[in-house]
Design a protein around this ligand. Structure first.
Ligand SMILES: Nc1ncnc2c1ncn2[C@@H]1O[C@H](COP(=O)(O)OP(=O)(O)OP(=O)(O)O)[C@@H](O)[C@H]1O
Ligand SMILES: [Mg+2]
Length: 245
């Protein structure tokens, strides 16, 4: 039975889409059968981060309604076992039928080892649509105080939604700044109130890979790409060291 992972954040722009694509790629490269779903209804861009902008792709809502079978999900041309469904552009998260969507996730759990849902920014209907049915929620924040407070609010909201367990990914860590503040990894976990799944450094390869239309894990093997590989292994239950700060 596969696992559904929702990648969320309170504030926008924390790196959900970039990390969702990179982790999905690393899981597939590790031999897992993976489906990445763009849940950013109206503002999709996961296709770019996966290097699939030129490939035709079906919206998850069309599969959910039975217009196409799940087997028609886009197969990544370069990464075996990585599949993709996009978000519809002309619908709103509020208009997505929750029961139909939850039924689709049941089918996905039968067919895939991991399904990653790239949530939209904010804590509105799209956030709840992803978090409510997930088996694990990945909360992505930065390490500055405002972002950590935002992460803490997101964690509380997840608890009030009775969502699945959540874990924290701290993205865009700048080592030099991190070292000059007295913040520790324990402080971060205490502030947000979630266990840590990964620390991802600031890395220009994230932007360059997306610009080149190549998945991050195929573009680089260090920095953010290595951190995402470690996260993928932790999700598979393999112990990995955290990057040194
Ligand atoms: N570790 C990183 N190092 C450098 N740049 C990064 C990193 N992570 C993300 N970025 C950049 O930050 C920007 C926002 O990332 P991304 O689109 O993944 O965020 P998001 O949380 O999905 O945004 P939204 O909330 O709008 O969906 C992008 O330009 C991306 O390339
Ligand atoms: Mg996004």
């Amino acid at each position: 039975m596969g696992q559904v992972l929702a990648v969320v954040s309170g504030k926008g722009g924390t790196g959900k889409t970039s990390l969702c694509a990179a982790i999905a790629t690393c899981l597939a490269q590790a031999g897992k059968r993976v489906l990445a779903v763009d849940m950013d209804v109206g503002l999709r861009n996961l296709d770019l981060a996966l290097g699939l902008a030129e490939e035709p792709s079906l919206p998850f809502t069309a599969v959910m309604r039975g217009e196409y079978p799940l087997s028609r999900a886009t197969a990544h041309p370069d990464i075996p076992d990585l599949f993709f469904l996009t978000a519809p552009v002309t619908e709103s998260p509020e208009s997505v039928d929750r029961e139909q969507f939850f039924r689709l996730l049941e089918e996905i759990r039968q067919e895939f080892d991991f399904c990653l849902l790239d949530a939209p920014a904010g804590v509105g209907a799209g956030f709840a649509l992803c978090a409510a049915p997930a088996d694990l929620v990945l909360v992505v924040t930065y390490s500055d105080p405002a972002s950590l407070r935002d992460g803490a609010r997101t964690a509380q909201l997840l608890e009030s939604l009775s969502a699945a367990p959540a874990k924290l990914i701290v993205n865009r860590i700048k080592r030099r700044i991190f070292r000059r503040t007295s913040l520790t990894v324990d402080d971060i976990m205490d502030t947000v109130g979630l266990p840590l799944l990964g620390l991802v450094p600031e890395d220009e390869a994230v932007v360059l890979a997306a610009a080149a239309g190549v998945p991050l894990a195929c573009y680089s093997h260090k920095g953010a790409a290595l951190a995402c590989r470690h996260i993928a292994f932790r999700l598979m239950g393999v112990r990995q060291p955290f990057v040194r700060l």
